[in-house]
Write a protein that binds this ligand. Structure first.
Ligand SMILES: [Zn+2]
Length: 308
């Protein structure tokens, strides 16, 4: 072997050894540099000034980042509920998220209405998890998306529970009331959205699907309690929802908007953001923050997020 080749070989071996020895150090330095550009998850605490509730566990609400769609997982002790499951392509994402949370079965599945951005991934969820109660509005549509949800329900020998406004269900130490649903087929499927208000101790949470101002008017005249600490803002922040009268009556402290970055609908609409701002609602958006997690012990609400 020539002397220069031998020297090159020695240098090569030295560099390889150095790379192996220092790779973890370099990797952690690069990681910390990259992480310094990511927003830190922040925690906002809202203490509700009422008679303290003797907490029965931590209620956890995950507004899963499924882009321009809705999917919300709610857990309390061993009980779990899923409201919507994102678009067709989100089925695996939602199933994996539930598995990561240790979900083995769901006590409730609510498909708010048959649009793809709400029930798209629901067939995958129903295939993967048994459910005690599956709630869907009684609307017949023949889209492939909705048909495949019904097929999955049939295949598991499950049945659909049809609900009416005012129906109340127990969810571990919490309970929820149906505020809106339309079981006769309207022209606009958003109008049949199942809207519920979940109450846990001194805290309350409203989930609106894509209910519109038409539904908001009906809820306002229903006589049911609307006031909620946390509002899942209707229809991804569209101006077809969140009328001033409704936001004033719900009086949420926190508004969660589930929407996709640069979505083609322009959600959330500026007029909605202005209304929420006018009534002092702190807004958290999945397009900016990724998955948002709201926790409550029945007295105090915390908001955290995973980041994009
Ligand atoms: Zn929608």
């Amino acid at each position: 072997m020539k002397k220069s080749t031998k020297r090159k070989l020695i240098w090569f071996i030295i560099i390889v050894v150095l790379c192996i020895v220092f790779a973890p150090v370099v990797e952690s330095i690069l990681d910390s540099i990259l992480n310094s550009f990511l927003p830190e998850p922040e925690i906002h605490i809202y203490t509700i000034d009422e008679h303290p509730f003797d907490s029965k566990g931590e209620l956890k609400i995950h507004y899963i980042d499924v882009g321009q769609a809705d999917s919300i997982l709610i857990t309390l002790n061993d009980n779990s509920m899923l409201i919507d499951a994102g678009n067709n392509g989100d089925g695996d994402l939602v199933v994996d998220y539930l598995l990561d949370q240790g979900i083995e079965k769901l006590n409730y599945i609510i498909g708010t209405h048959p649009h793809e951005d709400h029930v798209g991934g629901l067939d995958d969820v129903i295939d993967a998890f048994d459910a005690d109660i599956i709630i869907l509005p009684n609307v017949k549509t023949t889209t492939n998306t909705f048909e495949s949800v019904l097929d999955s329900i049939d295949a598991k020998n499950e049945r659909i529970t049809q609900v009416e406004v005012g129906d109340t269900f127990t969810f571990d130490a919490a309970n929820f009331t149906v505020l809106s649903v339309m079981n006769s087929p309207p022209d606009e499927l958003n109008l049949c959205s199942v809207v519920i208000r979940l109450e846990y101790g001194n805290n309350s949470f409203m989930f609106t699907g894509d209910a519109e101002t038409y539904n908001e008017k009906a809820m306002l005249s229903s006589g049911l309690t609307l006031e909620s600490d946390v509002l899942k803002v209707g229809h991804h922040g569209s101006d077809s929802s969140s009328s001033a009268a409704f936001i004033k009556a719900v009086a949420p402290k926190i508004g969660i908007i589930s929407c996709g970055i640069d979505n083609k609908y322009g959600h959330p609409c500026q007029v909605t953001l202005d209304t929420l701002d006018k009534y002092g609602v702190s807004v958290y958006r999945t397009d900016m923050l990724g998955t948002i997690i709201v926790t409550s012990d029945g007295n105090t609400i915390k908001v955290t997020w995973e980041g994009k």
